[in-house]
Design a protein around this ligand. Structure first.
Ligand SMILES: [Zn+2]
Length: 89
């Protein structure tokens, strides 16, 4: 699913993040059947903070969010599931 991201010099800008913790919760759902909530925690690229990935996999209610609690990395990177991509390049 991940594709390689390169700048015009051919340098890879996508960084794989280290998975710290992964959890999955059962959820009763919102009337359209049960589902699950996935939460993953990664180390941020500089190592001082964390990157959080959350996915609600519930029928009729699918949502995902990804954010970092590290200001430095928030400024420098865009985050995907388990990846950080340098912005402003
Ligand atoms: Zn950081």
């Amino acid at each position: 699913m991940s594709k390689d991201i390169q700048n015009k010099e051919g340098v890879y800008l996508s960084i794989s993040l280290k998975l710290v913790e992964s959890k999955e919760y059962e959820h009763d759902g919102y009337g359209a059947g049960s589902g699950s909530i996935i939460k993953e925690e990664y180390s941020c690229p500089c190592g001082k903070g964390k990157v959080f990935y959350e996915k609600d996999d519930i029928p009729g209610y699918r949502d995902k969010s990804i954010y970092s609690n590290c200001d430095t990395c928030n400024e420098k990177y865009d985050f995907g599931r388990g990846t950080a991509v340098k912005n402003n390049v």
